[in-house]
Design a binder for this molecule. Structure first.
Ligand code: C2O
Length: 537
């Protein structure tokens, strides 16, 4: 049930949109192969939808959830039952509201356990703990984005980061709202890290402890050790934490703070929690506690190195199904640009423009009805056009000095693909307003990260270096600041699939597009008709 709930953080109480009155929202614990039926009843004044981030939704696009893409919103007093099966996936994902900025408070973990009797391909943990990062605004987040989109400027930054909804003692008035991870000496903990923050990539670490990364975006990876994890909004990362064998006489700080590129202001605060050893012999904790040392805010070199360390297991039990040949090549520029200000308006962007964001210079305009419905019922006219450009509409030195006329164009365009097309997509960051890292998220599929680098993508020299053996398989990847990333996927899931920057501010500015995957010939290659309770616009 979607309902309002008063929640107090940073000494202020505000009424927020929640699921069942919980903040963060309830955990969904399920098993690979399970079918989920989730009835959502809307008891708030806002329209809402929920999205099951990273669930592939094989032939169940009606349950995917992005507003105006796969469904019309669930209006006040209405309900909708999301009905889908978790096929071929196990690990950590999350769910969140997928309309405007409601996911600021409407999110929670999804834990998909392996099938009964199937062990993890790493040491069995003694305990599993979801750790969800978020952002907290004292003001109403919906108002913040509405103001920003009206004035064309950047929205206000958040007032705090949170761990499982708790900001921790670095913020005023917040010491009692501190996340505590209690561990026993010698035990192993599986931390299911989820970045549900709206606008910031985060560095995460625990003082004096090494973490072993074992999974990213619900796909097992070759384990590697690290002190710091970088996690973008939309990404999930499982790490093993081995507690020290002898209980130390102090506790340790758990901390997360942003990795930020670009010139815009960002919330540069740090959220902290405490790793506490259950140690009956120690009654008082020595202060100060040890802090983890996290990289500089703009440490793009670290970000790139960390991202490149993630490799799929690619073994016989968990084979990587990487398309070895490519039917269609796409090259997308992703970045921030500007739109002319409409008449009689004072805009806050550079030189009285509106900030906009675009893919191949197209800033996506949200339609008034859901794309998937329009497609399924052959009513695309006036809703969307099929001409999303496969390549940039004009070429320039993407990571150098931008040309003068960089106004973006607006439109609701989709890229159409035949069923089972193998796709290679290169996403190139542009420096039109500034070089900036963009965590791109694809609905409906996992993709393989076959290459990434700095500078302009080189179509002659980069592809021969692609990793077609054990690339990371994921649903969200940071397009490096001043660089590019190449992904491959097989379009074997009929429907309309959203792809967007998971920084909510960039999504709001238009850094989004949709893929339309046609039905295949066989019956089990077609999108079934919508459920009868699918909301209407
Ligand atoms: Cu996490 Cu389009 O979503």
């Amino acid at each position: 049930m979607i309902k309002l709930q008063n929640v107090t953080r940073l000494c202020q109480t505000k009424s927020i949109v929640t699921v069942n009155g919980q903040f963060p929202g309830p955990r969904i614990i399920t098993r690979e192969g399970d079918r989920l039926l989730i009835k959502v009843v809307n008891h708030v004044p806002n329209n809402i939808t929920l999205h099951w981030h990273g669930v592939k939704q094989l032939r169940s696009g009606w349950a995917d959830g992005p507003a105006y893409i796969t469904q019309c919103p669930i209006q006040t007093g209405q309900s909708y039952t999301y009905n889908f099966t978790v096929t071929g996936q196990r690990g950590t994902l999350f769910w969140h509201a997928h309309i405007s900025w409601l996911r600021a408070t409407v999110y929670g973990p999804i834990v998909i356990l392996p099938k009964k009797g199937v062990p993890y391909p790493f040491p069995q943990p003694d305990k599993e703990v979801p750790i969800v990062f978020g952002e907290w605004w004292k003001a109403d987040t919906e108002t913040i984005i509405n103001q920003a989109t009206q004035t064309g400027g950047a929205p206000n930054i958040s007032d705090a980061y949170t761990i499982n909804g708790l900001p921790g003692p670095t913020y005023n008035c917040s010491a009692k709202d501190t996340f505590k991870l209690k561990v026993k000496p010698g035990k192993t903990y599986l931390l299911r890290l989820i970045n549900a923050a709206l606008n910031d990539e985060l560095f995460f670490g625990i003082a004096n402890h090494t973490l072993t990364v074992v999974e990213a975006d619900a796909v097992y990876v070759k384990p590697f050790k690290t002190h710091i994890v970088l996690i973008t909004p939309g990404q999930t990362t499982n790490v093993l934490l081995k507690a020290k064998s002898k209980a130390p006489t102090t506790n340790f700080i758990i901390a997360a703070r942003p990795y930020a590129t670009g010139p815009a202001a960002f919330d540069n605060t740090t959220t902290t929690g405490i790793l506490e050893y259950m140690n009956p012999s120690v009654s008082t904790i020595k202060l100060p506690l040890l802090k983890p040392s996290l990289p500089q805010f703009n440490d793009t070199a670290f970000a790139m190195k960390f991202s490149q360390k993630i490799r799929s297991l690619a073994n016989s039990k968990f084979p990587a199904n990487i398309p070895q040949t490519v039917d269609r090549h796409f090259f997308f520029t992703v970045g921030i640009g500007v739109l002319p200000c409409s008449r009689n308006q004072t805009c806050q962007g550079p030189n009285n423009t509106r900030l906009a964001a675009a893919i191949n210079n197209v800033s996506f305009v949200q339609p008034n009805t859901a794309l998937l419905q329009a497609h399924f019922f052959n009513q695309s006219q006036g809703v969307y056009t099929n001409d999303f450009p496969a390549n940039p509409t004009f070429k320039f030195n993407y990571t150098g000095t931008p040309p003068n006329n960089t106004n973006v164009k607006t439109g609701t365009k989709v890229a159409v693909m035949a069923f089972n097309t193998t796709v290679e997509l290169v996403m190139q960051d542009t420096s039109i307003v500034s070089a900036e890292s963009h965590p791109l998220h694809l609905h409906g599929f996992n993709f393989f990260v076959v290459g990434q680098g700095f500078g302009n993508f080189d179509p002659n020299n980069d592809p021969p270096k692609f990793n077609l053996v054990d690339p990371a398989e994921r649903n969200t990847i940071g397009v490096p600041s001043g660089g590019w990333v190449a992904i491959r996927f097989r379009a074997d899931n009929p429907g309309v699939w959203f792809m967007h920057c998971h920084l909510e501010v960039h999504t709001s500015w238009g850094l989004k597009m949709a893929w339309l995957v046609m039905d295949g010939k066989r019956r089990n290659q077609k999108l079934p008709p919508p459920p009868s309770d699918l909301p209407k616009c």
